[in-house]
Design a protein around this ligand. Sequence first.
Ligand SMILES: [Zn+2]
Length: 754
Amino acid sequence: MKKHAYLFLSFVFLFSGVFAQEQSNEKPQGHTDQNKFRQMKDLLATPNETRNASGAPGHAYTQQQVDYVMNIRLDENTNQIFGDEKITYHNNSKDHLEYLWIQLDQNMRAKDSKTPDANPESFKTPFNGPTMFTKNNLKERFDGGFNIEYVKNDDGSPLSHSINRTMMRINLPKPLAPGAVFKFSIKWHYNINDINIDGGRSGLETFPDGNNNYTIAQFFPRLCVYDNVEGWQNMQFWGRSEFALEFGNYDVKITAPADHILEATGELQNPKEVLSKEHQKRLKLAEKSFKDPVFIVTEEESVAAGKSRSTKEKTWHFKAEKVRDYAFASSRKYIWDAMAVNINGKTVMAISLYPKEGNPLWEEHSTRVVANTLEEYSKLTFDYPYSKAISVHSERQGMEYPMICFNYGRPDPDGSYSERLKRGMIGVITHEVGHNFFPMIVNSDERQWTWMDEGLNSFVETLAELDYDPNFITGNLPKDIVDYMGGDQSHISPIMSHGDYVYQFGPNAYTKPAAGLYMLRQTIMGPELFDYAFRTYSQRWMFKHPTPADFFRTMEDASAMDLDWFWRGWFYTTDYTDIGVKEVKQFYLTDKPTETAKETAKKYNMNLDDFKDRLVYYAEAENGDIPQDAKGVSDFKFLTDYIASLPEAEKAKLNSAAPKYFYEVVFEKPGGLVMPIILNITYEDGTTERKTYPAQIWRYNDKEVSKVFKTNKRITGLAIDPDLETADVDTSNNSWPRKAEDNKFDAFKNKVNN
Ligand SMILES: [Zn+2]
């Protein structure tokens, strides 16, 4: 750029700068619509023929199907899993696919995994026990990645593929046409991680008696989801954000030590080969027992089994239809109990597997909690469609798979336990069994949107827990999210964030969405409207892949409630609720024109004398002091004449007692969220009244609104959100008179009380 051109440009900028400044002095600049009630067109994808504007699957909705035939062997001597799988991939999309993506989740535990590398390290924990010290300082990294032995085409020839960490691309010999099927097979093995050392959603625990408990999942290469939202959902597995999986049919044979009890996703095909006659007989009894669990393997039998070790093996054969994943649990230590649950006339089995170390808690609660969960969730969503739900004991886990989940809750060695542990166990079983509904059946993308399964599930979990025990401390109520929402903003992300990048994961993806839905049901929509809409969402997207927009749209579409303000504030921002009483003014009636009346008359060029004896004036009482000459309705002849002139029918509609007290209450909203105002009014005679104003009260003024109250009794107190329904982060401004000693309402308060 040449110098004179530069000077010229600076002159233009200078001039336009001054001009702009002058302009802004005259008139404020315009702005785009920032109203909290504006519609979410800027945030939601445009509806189309696959996901329609009402939030339902569109007429052109498709999803892929993936079927697996697997042979798995669990080797207890080497703690390894060996497997081969034959995959049938159905391309139901309208697209030609050049490649397929496979998830290799165990590679998160490979020696060269980037997961530990990406985690900052420090000595914030100043000491370690021997296990962690050895792991952190003396040991090489555990090698738990997949060893892929082959990837073969249907004809047995090697299939070109490429591995990028936890993702494997299968390079198809020719593009897979819409409607076509591709068959191929993979063989692999890997080392099973010890959950107590390396953590994990899946793995083994070794007991002091030398026996193992295997809770095994993510153990086979699984297809990624291909859809019209993400294309291939092949975001890497870092260990936190969970899975996106297609539905399909599974035919699985699992070989394990012959003295193990094994349960898994799907229906057992060969009970006569793997179960004793006694086991089969007891299972039949359990299928008829709707009140109490029946033991298939008793504690005594499980303890006896744990004393020896078989060198033989046994193969369990399962088939499962329309599931999005597969998991199993195996140990010779298991006590096994089961009971029948009536789901709308259909019998579903609630099952538990646990070592004696889980007792007495587990025999008392596990299977009953499974049954309660299936019943409660079915009421709020749809009838549980699978044949069983299994709760497997584990020391530290809480993890879900179709029909089976792994749950913590271990008493002390002497069998004693705290209320907290019992609550934690009931909570985790309810939660993990509940995951059968979200995301195992309402199959959302967990890798991208943690809240869609964890948040929705934690919400229904809360209702189920309160049903199991009305005094249950759920931790998911609006009041439970106050500290988080009112906390350090630099550590808070909107709910609509990828789970891998969120600082406070638990409150973000579990508690806040759950508390928000609870608030929506109890306070904003009411259970009737909410439940119908929530059930509609669940049934529309049962065995399908919903997105956030499908949820937001369905909840509005099925209820006739515009909730965009709620989704926008609660899900897309980190704003919080804070509503308070700013000021309470008391008024009295007078026939003397007040200053405000005079000003208003002047503005409209009106002579108040022309209306003498035809106007009532509202005068503000200073400090709540109503002067001696304050008037009542009967003091105004023109008013009583007017009332007397009304037809009897109209007269009958008037309040029999004319109001004596007039109040104007100013509400302030320091918080960014709009919320209903829930107000409790206390009168001088001790009676109370509840008023609720919808969130829309804030639509013209986001900071301050007022309401007028006319009563026959003095108001002695106001309380906003007295039952803590709206997650208000600062309740110090919620009451009037203020609780604090030194405030401007004190004078008023004293007058009222004297
Ligand atoms: Zn969960």
